[in-house]
Design a protein around this ligand. Structure first.
Ligand code: NA7
Length: 541
């Protein structure tokens, strides 16, 4: 039964975001009979898959596990066209979900939440938007996605550039005609790789500005017909079980034998088999020891380096493209579709920024220490302020006016990535210190968080409780547990958005890594324990 008054902008729950998480959260909470609204700054639903419409944008998780599990009808009727859905197909899926479950009537688009303030007297949140609207609600759920705040590096002279400069996550919906243009791409993460391999054949000249070489696995992306879809659907019960029980929420479990207990020849055969699957299996369903054991990491990293070298004709270029400063899998591993072959093309140049750093942006292009590269378009594939950037973009004020932005500017804290001490009735998804922040098939972990939050709100409403907040002791215990696990891994030793190292000063504020590294089953168990024990460690009033 709804607890909100009938005022137009008073709700039981305001959800911020109408992407993967927001849509499911809306569907789930509405079923409890609550008054719920989802607010989103975009002019369409889909979140990440609305914004990231750059050329070649595609999921790196297969479509059979990058989807919702809450509706048998949806699973039966939605036909994925490819093993890895492209941006357009993903966006269509979210629009279908919004229509199919009549979610749109409770979604306000083009509405950016700017401030959220906790009112001690009424035990409610007040939210204000860029349109000057005000919303009152008892609970707030942030469904901002882990990668929604784009990073534009402060290059000297960027305002001088007379061509077009665009961040991949703000690609114009109408597209950009790159045919015959001189294009520079800065960044070779998962996004840069997708853009580079997609646009290289069309542009007059492509200059790739690489700071850190990246491992990438060749994607095998067959199109699906009815027979393939039927076979995939037949496996859904098994898949559904697997995603909850595997370490990173995929549908395959890794090898359980210790790596070096397997003879060298057999190890090689296993790696070749995993590699030829054309998926992330070699990373997340291979040998988990790559995350913990330097010797295992070294051998598997060298296997991948060999594969990269074999693709590139010029050995000097190959050596620049081979990562040496981190082990395979300690950053996010992208899939690629012809990425390394691009560097065999006459119209593509690789600039190694470690040798010749960017000095500034000029009127005509980019100046490195080796000289100026003239460009018509600069593509910034420079990533995101992951996990925290979406939340700190909003002025969130908890008890006694405390500011999340200011607090996280000193130290990033959460309790299981689900709540933050000092911010009652605020639930977060894809926030730091849960697997959903990074180290998980995002849809698996986000759906789990939605379910936990839904159960929690249901519990409070049914028991006539108004407020829930983790104690600072609980938060401290979780952080300690997170750090102990993180310190056992090689991930903490690397520089990437996983560790906050892509943002100046952020690494010092993050507890080792953004993502909880205990795996999906352990995280789910921890969350379940809290619930089963009546929200033990949380103050419920
Ligand atoms: P990433 O993975 O953070 O990659 C950003 C890339 O941009 C990476 O190669 C960076 O080099 C590079 N970068 C960032 N700032 C600069 C500056 N100032 N100069 C030169 N190069 C720079 O972001 P993506 O968008 O590719 O991927 C994010 C996630 O989206 C991905 O992991 C998937 O989960 C989907 P660096 O490595 O920092 O040296």
């Amino acid at each position: 039964m709804s607890v909100a008054a009938s005022n137009q902008n008073e709700f039981d729950v305001v959800i911020i975001g109408a992407g993967f998480t927001g849509l499911y959260q809306l569907w789930s909470l509405r079923r409890l009979g609550l008054r719920v609204v989802a607010l989103d700054a975009a002019s369409g639903v889909g979140g990440t898959w609305y914004w990231n419409c750059y050329p070649g944008a595609r999921t790196d998780s297969p479509s059979n596990i990058y989807q919702y599990w809450f509706s048998e009808e949806l699973l039966a009727e939605w036909n994925w066209n490819e093993r890895y859905a492209g941006q357009a197909e993903s966006e269509r899926y979210f629009n279908h979900v919004a229509d199919r479950f009549e979610l749109r009537k409770d979604i306000r688009l083009n509405t950016r939440v700017e401030k959220a303030q906790w009112n001690e007297d009424t035990a409610t949140w007040s939210l204000s938007t860029d349109k000057g609207e005000r919303f009152e609600s008892r609970f707030v759920v942030t469904a901002l996605g882990p990668l929604s705040a784009p990073v534009v590096p402060p290059f000297v002279g960027h305002e001088r550039f007379r061509g077009r400069m665009v961040h991949t996550a703000r690609w114009p919906r109408e597209g950009i005609d790159l045919k015959g243009k001189r294009v520079g791409v800065i960044g070779t993460g998962a996004t840069g790789i997708q853009v580079i391999q997609s646009i290289a054949p069309d542009v007059a000249h492509l200059t790739v500005f690489q700071r850190t070489a990246n491992y990438a696995v060749p994607m095998s992306n067959p199109r699906y017909g009815d027979a393939e879809r039927a076979a995939i659907r037949a496996k859904y019960p098994k898949t559904r079980k697997a995603i909850w029980t595997t370490f990173v929420g995929f549908d395959e479990q890794g090898e359980t034998r210790p790596y070096f207990s397997i003879p060298a020849q057999e190890r090689r055969e296993i790696l070749e088999r995993l590699w030829s699957d054309g998926s992330l299996r070699i990373w997340v369903a291979g040998f988990m020891e790559i995350f913990f054991d330097q010797a295992v990491s070294d051998e598997i990293s060298e296997f991948v380096r060999e594969k990269i070298r074999a693709r590139i004709r010029d050995p000097k270029v190959a050596e620049k493209l081979v990562p040496r400063d981190h082990g395979f899998g300690t950053h996010r591993v992208p899939l690629e579709n012809g990425y390394f072959d691009v560097f065999n093309r006459d119209n593509v140049t690789l600039v190694d920024l470690r040798e010749t750093p960017i000095q500034c942006i000029t009127e005509n292009g980019i100046r490195t220490s080796a000289g100026e590269v003239e460009l018509d378009v600069i593509v910034l594939a420079t990533g995101f302020d992951a996990g925290t950037g979406g939340l700190t973009a909003i002025d969130i004020r908890g008890r006694n006016g405390r500011s999340l932005r200011e607090e996280w500017n000193k130290e990033v804290r959460t309790t299981m990535g689900l709540q933050i001490h000092g911010y009652p009735n605020l639930f977060t998804t894809s926030a730091p210190y849960a697997p959903a922040a990074a180290f998980c098939n995002a849809p698996t972990c986000l759906q789990h968080q939605v379910q936990w939050i839904t159960d929690c709100i249901d519990h409070l409403v049914k028991n006539d409780r108004r407020v829930i907040e983790p104690t600072s002791e609980t938060e401290q215990r979780w952080l300690q547990h997170h750090v102990e696990l993180a310190d056992m891994t090689l991930v903490t030793k690397t520089r990437s958005w996983y560790t906050g190292a892509n943002i100046a000063g952020k690494q010092d504020r993050v507890h080792r890594v953004l993502s909880y590294l205990g795996g999906v089953p352990a995280y789910r168990e921890a969350c379940e324990n809290v619930k089963q024990r009546g929200y033990e460690g949380f103050e419920v009033a």
